[in-house]
Design a protein. Structure first.
Length: 346
């Protein structure tokens, strides 16, 4: 930062000596060039696109190799943020309530025991106690609704609701079926198409993994960087959902709950907490996430979408590395994060 300010001052003095002063556009271009130069030196396992948008300075775009803003990528867990938003759009419309239980909408769901106490809020915050995942979540030919029934059967002895955070696929699969049934739609695909028409978001995106018939709502999307950035912009500007729902989505919902499974904690060594379908990037001591400054949703192939409320910008590192390279996009971002913050607030 000190070196950057020194160079900026030297440039300004040069322009003054020549009878001119640099305008904001020239300073912004210099800042963008600095980010591009640093990105070009990063060693990475695959091509990527970094798209970011600032309140003050418009859009920054960088592409490595064959990657572009329109390249379709497998999403991994970046899907979770989108899925939670689609479901919350029904809460906004009054079709669903955060206090609703699965058995209200899903035939044969347990009406007693811990499974009956689960609410939609527990599912969106991954504190439902559904920790055991059935094989059908990865099978193309399986039926979506039947797979949710398998989730219930595999978790008959589920943990007490609301006690433990467990990052996994079960929660959103059950919440998604609740949404399908409550809305009267025939499938998640139909529900997602309605969401796309209403919001004009994700025009090319699909939930097609492992298949259109049995989409995994926690990690089954294909999307491109341009449309994911538009999604982040809609959330940032509160153009979808309600301000209250967005606040709940981006506020730590874990309080003092136990951490059972957390790839952020055990894989990235970060004590992040969770909202509705999105990580709360809190670097304070555990259970002290009192103010949200940044939220994100990294995926298992290394994509990394985020909103930085403190520095007033948002963006996505779009990429598709090997399975399990989920830290890579975050690592790329971290190497230029300070430069991006400076660009965003110039």
């Amino acid at each position: 930062m000190k070196l950057f300010n020194t160079l900026l001052l030297s440039s300004t003095l040069f322009f003054i000596a020549c009878g001119t002063t640099p305008n904001n556009s020239e300073i912004e271009q210099s800042s963008k060039k600095k980010i591009e130069t640093k990105l070009s030196t990063i060693f990475t396992d695959t091509d990527f696109t970094l798209l970011a948008k600032s309140e003050k300075n418009g859009t920054f775009s960088y592409n490595l190799g064959n990657s572009s803003p329109s390249t379709l990528y497998r999403s991994g867990s970046t899907s979770k943020w989108v899925t939670a938003t689609v479901i919350l759009s029904l809460v906004k419309e009054g079709v669903l309530s955060l206090d609703d239980h699965p058995q209200t909408y899903i035939p044969n769901w347990n009406s007693s025991g811990n499974l009956s106490k689960i609410t939609l809020k527990d599912l969106l915050t991954f504190t439902s106690g559904l920790t055991k995942e059935p094989l059908c979540l990865a099978l193309k030919s399986y039926n979506f609704e039947n797979c949710v029934e398998n989730i219930a059967n595999k978790n008959k002895n589920a943990k007490v609701v609301g006690e433990e955070f467990h990052y996994g696929a079960n929660h959103l699969q059950v919440a998604g079926l609740m949404a399908i049934k409550a809305s009267g739609k025939s499938s998640w695909q139909e529900l997602f198409e309605d969401f796309k028409k209403e919001t004009n978001l994700f025009p090319t995106a699909k939930y097609d993994l492992p298949s259109l018939k049995n989409p995994r709502l926690s990690a089954g999307m294909h999307w491109n960087a341009k449309e994911y950035l538009a999604f982040l912009e809609a959330l940032y500007n509160k153009n979808i959902l309600t301000p209250q729902l967005i606040t709940m989505m981006t506020t730590d919902q874990l309080n003092r709950k136990n951490i059972g499974n957390s790839p952020a904690k055990f894989g990235m060594k970060e004590d992040w907490h969770y909202g509705f379908g999105t990580w709360i990037e809190c670097h304070a001591p555990i259970n002290n996430c009192t103010k949200t400054t940044k939220v994100s949703s990294p995926g298992i192939y290394g994509a990394y979408p985020f909103i930085d409320y403190e520095h007033h910008y948002y963006g996505v590192v779009a990429r598709e590395g090997k399975l399990g390279t989920f830290t890579k996009g975050y690592e790329i971002f971290n190497q230029v994060s300070k430069n991006l913050e400076e660009w965003a607030e110039e």
